[in-house]
Design a protein around this ligand. Sequence first.
Ligand code: SF4
Length: 245
Amino acid sequence: MIQGAIHSIETFGSVDGPGIRFIVFLKGCKLRCKYCHNADTWDPKSEDMRTPQELLDFAERYRGYWGEDGGITVSGGEPLLQIDFLIEFFKMAKERGINTCIDTALQPFDEDRNSEFFGKFEELMKYTDLLLVDIKHINRDEHIELTGLPNDNIIAGMKYLSEIGKPIWIRHVLVPGITDNDEYLKQTRAFIETLNNVQKIEVLPYHSMGQHKFEALGIPYKLVGVESPTADRVANATAILRGEA
Ligand code: SF4
């Protein structure tokens, strides 16, 4: 039986999807976002390995909190790196009538419709109610600078989700000097306008809370000295991304 490599679990999450949610953070990520809060998830290895059934049985202990809207969110790290596990986990969750959500950067997305990944992603979408996604940076070169990898396949993944009408929430991390730039925000808005599946747009202000994890791992933190954006800049970015500016 397939097992998921788990980083941690939050039994009572209120921001990662609708309602109250059981949140599973999976291990592994190939991006290297300068602002990552969870650098300790990057390594794909874990001592906490669980089968879909074990994890679901555990999650269901908290079902009483979920109410009408809540359910399970799988985050990371990058959960799509464990897509075989996710398919089994969400398939079983839907059989039990549970709302399912994935918090992903879409980095593993392969737009080649004949690829193994694409076939698996198509299958996974049958059991997924919502995705929380981010365009880390709309500009390809800046995306590489910020995360280490280009954004072409991520943008293709968002277009595909729009094509199949799968609901998404966009959460954009606002970093002074990197994404807090009106021109880039307007370009991001222009892209969002081409999508027909966006239910919500949120701006997440950068903060340096992830820095200690970099230090603990002995990885240089590249945003030393960068402050959180002001409330005005957050409001400005939110208005631009929502098309209200
Ligand atoms: S995609 Fe998420 S987990 Fe991966 S490096 Fe970026 S912020 Fe960290």
